[in-house]
Ligand binder design. Structure first.
Ligand code: NAP
Length: 302
């Protein structure tokens, strides 16, 4: 069965739109997300465009700051500083990757934690690890929401995560091993040095593939009835396609679909949920900026 990220993210967007309507009806300005895009990387352009479009659909304000690929680190940091101190903006994302001459870590750390709706700042990562309320990195947060809304049983299951990046694999492993629902999994985190990878993947009740290698996970690596979540998005050249490429996940969908009990498609799976989670974080940032006693009683506080 398909874990339909498009359907669930549309539901979430409708729920957020309703909360925005209530906030505005009570005289508050709607949430506002700012995105900084450096250069003209094709995939980054597409991601940022969908984030801005989603903001428009649900009644958020949005600002897109475009900077040339040769922009100095100093100028980029100055733009971030200006947005940090702009009280009309609740959330700020800097689309990664950045050009080589810019220190990504320095940029990540320059975003105010209370506006860091991507959940990349060390303060927010630390809170995530401790299980404290924070902005959870959007992709793992979206996957947790998908598992929750499909009532996937996770407690006591063996979850294998492929990939240990700071933005996907590591926080994913952390969230699923927590005492929560979804959660309470026994987690194995695999990476490029893992030996006998298939031995791990074949024992997974829940398999999360986040390595960025098109169709890496094949049917022989998957247990019958496993829940398979495909995070990967790779552009694979295809001259028969109008755009000259097709998008492939990390899972060979055609064959793995026959064995899995649940599976996410690419596109229409995790990517959609990532955007929904980013919007949820931005709404939270807006609510956090209003004094708790002033939040209208019909707007949820979480
Ligand atoms: P990343 O930073 O490139 O990390 C890839 C991870 O995969 C690394 O930990 C690497 O191990 C591991 N890996 C690479 N080859 C492997 C192999 N043969 N066997 C086992 N592990 C291997 O990637 P990322 O940023 O997490 O992104 C992963 C994929 O998800 C990409 O396709 C990206 O485009 C996609 N993505 C999608 C979304 C979405 O919204 N759907 C969001 C973010 C990312 P080492 O650490 O040992 O190098």
């Amino acid at each position: 069965m398909l874990l339909d990220g498009k359907k669930i993210s549309d539901e979430i967007k409708q729920e957020i739109a309703e909360e925005v309507r209530l906030l505005v009806a009570d005289g508050y300005r709607p949430p506002h997300l700012a995105a900084i895009l450096v250069g003209h990387d094709g995939a980054s352009e597409t991601y940022v465009a969908s984030k801005v479009k989603s903001c428009e659909q649900i009644g958020f304000g949005s600002t897109l700051v475009r900077l040339p690929s040769n922009v100095s680190e100093e100028r980029l940091l100055a733009e971030i500083k200006a947005i940090n101190s702009n009280e009309e903006i609740d959330g700020l994302i800097v689309q990664l990757p950045l050009p080589k001459h810019i220190d990504e870590q320095k940029v990540t750390e320059s975003v105010l934690p209370k506006k860091d709706v991507d959940g990349f700042h060390p303060v927010n990562v630390g809170k995530l690890v401790l299980g404290l309320p924070t902005f959870v990195s959007a992709t793992p947060m979206g996957i947790m929401e998908l598992l929750k809304r499909y009532n996937i049983e996770t407690s006591g299951k063996h979850c294998v995560v492929l990939g240990r990046s700071n933005i996907v694999g590591t926080p994913m492993a952390n969230l699923l091993s927590r005492n929560s629902n979804p959660g309470n999994c026994t987690v194995t985190l695999c990476h490029s040095r893992t030996k006998n990878l298939s031995e791990f993947t074949k024992s997974a009740d829940i398999l999360i593939a986040a390595l960025g290698k098109a169709e890496f996970v094949t049917a022989d690596m998957v247990k019958d009835g496993a829940v398979v979540v495909d995070v990967g998005i790779t552009r694979v050249e295809d001259q028969t396609n109008q755009r000259g490429y097709v998008l492939k996940g990390d899972v060979a969908f055609g064959e793995v679909n026959k064995k899995a009990s649940y599976i996410t498609p690419v596109p229409g799976g995790v990517g959609r949920m990532t955007i929904a989670a980013l919007l949820q974080n931005t709404l939270l940032a807006r609510k956090n900026s209003i004094k708790p006693s002033k939040i209208p009683h019909h707007v949820s506080k979480s």
